[in-house]
Design a protein around this ligand. Structure first.
Ligand SMILES: [Ca+2]
Ligand SMILES: [Ca+2]
Length: 194
């Protein structure tokens, strides 16, 4: 067991990383240990298959999509900094953090979380959740519990309720509006790193 400081000293630009993500030194050390444990070949990078060792993620019906969100388009590996930045979306919203328009939007703000959730649906990245994309997510989440007919009617109802401009798809703004009253932290309590 190394001390917190000796672990932190191994991570380049760790101060900036903490500032950007809001993680404390203790969090960072825990995430670093976790990263190292997943990085079996000690390359400093994780591949999608390395995430398979995270049980909660393997059991999550949309685990594959969440894993996919760690990787930028066209990238097959993720380094520690990107790993931490993605995980920061799962931190609860800092209610006490003062709003400073000159600072970039924090990763765990409600808007960033909604964008993160939105891209889990919008797999072709055209900025809209189509009926087919919605159906895919619903199918993975509700598998076995409902019939295909019920799934389709849930998808249709969801789109009808959210689709304000009637283009049969859900834009990010429509997504945000439809989730206005939902506690996003609760929705995103995927605590697979605990
Ligand atoms: Ca789409
Ligand atoms: Ca629409």
């Amino acid at each position: 067991m190394g001390s917190t400081n000796s672990t932190l000293s191994k991570i380049p630009n760790v101060e900036e990383l903490m500032q950007e993500t809001g993680f404390t030194p203790a969090h960072i050390v825990r995430l670093y240990d976790r990263f190292e444990a997943l990085d079996k070949e000690k390359t400093g990078h994780l591949r999608p298959q390395d995430f398979g060792a995270i049980n909660r993620l393997a059991m999550n019906p949309i685990g594959d999509r969440i894993i996919g969100a760690f990787f930028s388009p066209g990238q097959e590996t993720v380094d520690f900094h990107s790993f931490v930045r993605t995980l920061a979306h799962f931190r609860p919203v800092d209610k006490k953090r003062p709003k400073d328009p000159s600072m970039p939007e924090p990763v765990n703000s409600r808007t960033s979380k909604l964008k993160f959730a939105f891209q889990l649906y919008d797999q072709d990245k055209d900025g809209k959740i189509s009926r087919a994309e919605l159906l895919q997510v619903l199918r993975s989440m509700l598998e076995m519990q409902v019939t295909e007919e019920q799934l389709e009617s849930i998808a249709d109802r969801t789109i009808q309720e959210a689709d304000l401009d009637k283009d049969d798809a859900i834009s990010f703004e429509e997504f945000r509006k439809s989730l206005e009253k939902v506690n996003i932290d609760h929705k995103m309590s995927i605590r697979f790193l605990r």
